[in-house]
Every structure is written in structure tokens, then in C-alpha cells.
Design a protein around this ligand. Structure first.
Ligand code: NI
Length: 137
């Protein structure tokens, strides 16, 4: 891909802080750090659009002793089969399990699915991470 060079003006102090921050993250140079910042910014914009296709990673910790919750999660997986691609179960301790569910669909639907899971009694905490997909070619 063709690279384009452009000049950026910035306050000296701001640039100093930027250099320090990218140095800590291990970037080799400003260009690479700036490219990543721009990509992150564009991805953030995309995940604001509810009709955009994405992959959602829903991770949460729950108490498996709450039988109705474990049953509900299995039912949910079957009911939303078209969206839920895969899930991973890890036994954390005597009581708690970590579940990582990967689903594909419209961002709006993925948020509804994640809300339904995370608001369930017995789910201690969790998170939805969205990764937008490139447009179909
Ligand atoms: Ni478990």
C-alpha cells in the first residue's frame, strides 16, 4: 500500500508526552503509533453504527451454583445459534466460572445479547468487546 507523508504541528509539551507514552508501549517510531491511533479511532466510529456487522466477544464471570443461570446460558446459546459462533468455559474456583462467548452479527443485536447475559442474576461482571468486520467483497 502506498504511504503518504504529511507534516503535523503540535505543542512541544504535548509531543513530549506522546513520545513518552509511545515509548512505554514499545512503538519503534511516531508513524507506527500514529497509524494505530488513527485505526483505533476509525474502529471506534464503526462500532457506534448498530447495523454494522461485527464480531462480539462477551466475557463474564458467573456463579455456576445458580442452576437456572447455567441452564439459561445453554438455552441462550441454542436460541441464538446463528449469532453465537463459539464459547469457552473455564472453571475459576469452587463456585465461579468464566465464560467467553464469541458471536457474529449486527452490532445492535450483539449489544442486546450481551445486555441479556450481563444483566442476568448470578453474573458477577462481564464485558462486551466489539471487533468490526471489513465490508464483504
Ligand atoms: Ni465451570
Amino acid at each position: 500500500m502506498k504511504l503518504v507523508r504529511f507534516g503535523v504541528s503540535m505543542e512541544e509539551e504535548l509531543l513530549k508526552q506522546f513520545d513518552l507514552s509511545i515509548d512505554n508501549k514499545g512503538y519503534a517510531n511516531r508513524s507506527e503509533a500514529l497509524r494505530d491511533l488513527v485505526r483505533t479511532c476509525l474502529v471506534k466510529k464503526e462500532v457506534e453504527n448498530p447495523s454494522q456487522l461485527a464480531v462480539g466477544v462477551i466475557s463474564f464471570i458467573y456463579n455456576h451454583e445458580r442452576r437456572e443461570l447455567a441452564r439459561h446460558l445453554v438455552q441462550l446459546g441454542h436460541k441464538r445459534m446463528k449469532e453465537v459462533i463459539s464459547s469457552l468455559h473455564v472453571h475459576i474456583d469452587e463456585q465461579h466460572c468464566l465464560e467467553v462467548m464469541v458471536a457474529k452479527g449486527k452490532i445492535g443485536d450483539l449489544r442486546v445479547l450481551a445486555d441479556e447475559i450481563l444483566a442476568h442474576r448470578g453474573v458477577l461482571h462481564g464485558d462486551l468487546h466489539l471487533v468490526s468486520l471489513p465490508p464483504a467483497s
